[in-house]
Design a protein around this ligand. Sequence first.
Ligand code: GDP
Length: 300
Amino acid sequence: QKYEKSLEKTRKTFGMRFNEFLANFRTVDEEFFEDLEDTLIMSDVGADLAMTISQELRQEAKLANAKSQDALRQLIVEKIVDKFDEDKLPSELNVQAGLSVFLFVGVNGVGKTTTIGKLAARYQKEGKKVLLAAADTFRAGAIDQLVEWGKRANVPVVTKAAGSDPASVVFDAMQKAKAENVDILLIDTAGRLQNKDNLMKELEKIGKIIKRELPEAPHETILAVDATTGQNAIQQAKEFSQVTPITGIALTKLDGSAKGGIVLSIVQSLKIPVKLIGLGEQVDDLQDFDEEFFVRGLFK
Ligand code: GDP
């Protein structure tokens, strides 16, 4: 229910535009496909994907034979759902038996710390032993904020003074996690994209420390991006992918965004699965991402 409400903004714009497009439908001709493409682009689906979808639909006789708006709608929705399925990207977080280490990256303000806090509360509730690491030592505020979330979720946080070496925070956290049989370690990092070389070096160093302690970790490197920024979120995802391999995306602030269509664009252009979606500022405003449910929801 909450999920439905949170996506209202996206659905309103996405769905309305699409309904309008269908209402204008006369025949399935070249103009129809051009309008479909425009409609999808306006809904932040991204130009490439919009073109692919309309191109593939052009070649399907089913569409030309469709007699009603409903039949057309269904065929188009199926096509989009299929596009998602094509790459078989894993949408579930890679939780292992024993210690699972998730690294979080993303620029300031996108909702990285909030996502960690929500996830910590979720795992804690499930009875897992959770530990947080405040490896964004660049800003004192970031450390305080994570500590605050730790209190809220009743989960300990490994911290050092602002300005400390982030890798040393990660080292301490890995030691503690192993010594205390922690199930889930969530690591917050500083996302200064302005200085890509430094960021890359910092993340490499953190990665090395993690691997020295647990060779198969990190089990996830999650990039948080803000849905309200639309195509900018995709740009950030592209840039971060060049800095470090990203295994999943947390798309935040979908509740305040009319640009939910970028989910499709992100997955298609980057081949990185969206694994989490943020639907508000509260502790339980986090959902696993279900692409089929999401796509069908957009067209309701
Ligand atoms: P960080 O700098 O990336 O760690 O970002 P924060 O976690 O501090 O979040 C920045 C702001 O966005 C805060 O005011 C959060 O409450 C807010 N925020 C985070 N996630 C969401 C979300 O899913 N929905 C809404 N509406 N606000 C969010």
